[in-house]
Design a protein around this ligand. Structure first.
Ligand code: BV8
Ligand code: ZN
Length: 247
């Protein structure tokens, strides 16, 4: 066992309140592509063409095609040990929240209850006219989905570049970051704001920062513990060690 993991587990075993900020890297072992990096989506597609309100106004068909592909992909995936570990953290600690930038629903599928979605969810659509949310929408090949209530176009219920994050989720996330004794930052390149601000906020308030990523990020410099490796391998090791210390 990695001695750093043992040391971390000892420290965590005395703590009560914590959270994790997660990004696409947490789901990559489930087969969901990340955004940045060699195999990332933004290496193949331009965010300006697909993930902005302007792109949707210009070419809703193209945008829906891309989202449809991602919706199908995500529906066919399952949570991995990283998701399941975060779910376990909810029963190990008195208070634990998962703040996610992911839109793939895998934290919920793994059973996590305290999930805050900062960038929305692919499995929901929202009416551009009346704002109604749909969880059960069907997209037919070559057709644009419309609101059964008002007839306006539906859009994916995700946060595009240049759009505001859901205010309640954002407020709650900052509150949690400021009140956490420990704060995990897992599988995120930590470059998309305002989410990327959260670890710095937590650090400023004295939280222990634990990063899990296969490479360095802007958070690495402020991390008290930095584990370079796969989230689906490191997190279960931390959980196991935590259980050992607690017994
Ligand atoms: C806002 C959701 C204000 C939909 C996404 C300059 C130009 C343009 C804009 C800006 C700018 N400067 C600042 C901005 C603002 C912009 C921003 O931050 N841009 C950055 C990129 C420069 N932010 C915004 O626009 C936000 N809104 O600021 O509003 C406002 C105020 C008033 C009025 C109006 C507006 C909104 C941002 C939301 C963007 N939404 N997508 C969709 O998914 O389709 S972005 C996209 O990035 C993803 O959704 C994701 O959520 C987010 C973060 O990415 P990560 O999750 O970190 O993924 P990434 O691929 O980058 O990294 C993966 C990591 O995992 C890597 O580090 C890798 O090493 C690691 N990894 C891989 N495998 C593993 C692993 N780690 C561990 N284990 C493994 N196995
Ligand atoms: Zn409507």
């Amino acid at each position: 066992m990695n001695p750093k993991i043992r040391e971390l587990a000892r420290i965590l075993s005395k703590m009560k309140r914590g959270a994790a900020l997660t990004g696409a890297g947490v789901s990559s072992e489930s087969g969901v592509p990340t955004f940045r990096g060699k195999d990332g989506l933004w290496n193949k597609y331009r965010p300006e063409d697909l993930a902005t309100p302007e792109a949707f106004m210009r070419n809703p068909k193209l945008v829906w095609e891309w989202y449809n592909w991602r919706i199908k992909l995500v529906k066919s995936t399952e949570p991995n040990p990283a998701h399941y570990t975060l779910k376990e953290f909810e029963s190990i600690f008195e208070e634990f929240h998962t703040i996610t930038q992911n839109v793939d629903n895998l934290h919920q599928k793994a059973g996590s209850k305290n999930v805050i979605e900062l960038h929305g969810n692919l499995l929901r659509a929202r009416c551009t006219g009346c704002g109604k949310i749909y969880t059960d929408f069907e997209i037919r090949e070559g057709e644009l989905p419309r609101c059964p209530e008002c007839g306006a176009l539906l859009r994916p219920d995700v946060v595009w570049f240049g759009e505001m994050l859901p205010p309640d989720a954002l407020r709650k996330s900052f509150e949690i970051a400021r009140n956490s004794e420990f704060f995990f930052v897992i599988g995120t390149s930590a470059v998309v704001y305002p989410a990327a601000q959260l670890p710095f906020e937590a650090k400023e308030m004295g939280a222990l920062i634990i990063e899990v990523n296969i490479e360095k990020t802007p958070v690495t410099a402020i991390a008290d513990f930095s584990f370079m490796g796969k989230a689906g391998e490191i997190l279960p090791e931390i959980l196991e060690e935590l259980k050992n210390v607690k017994d």
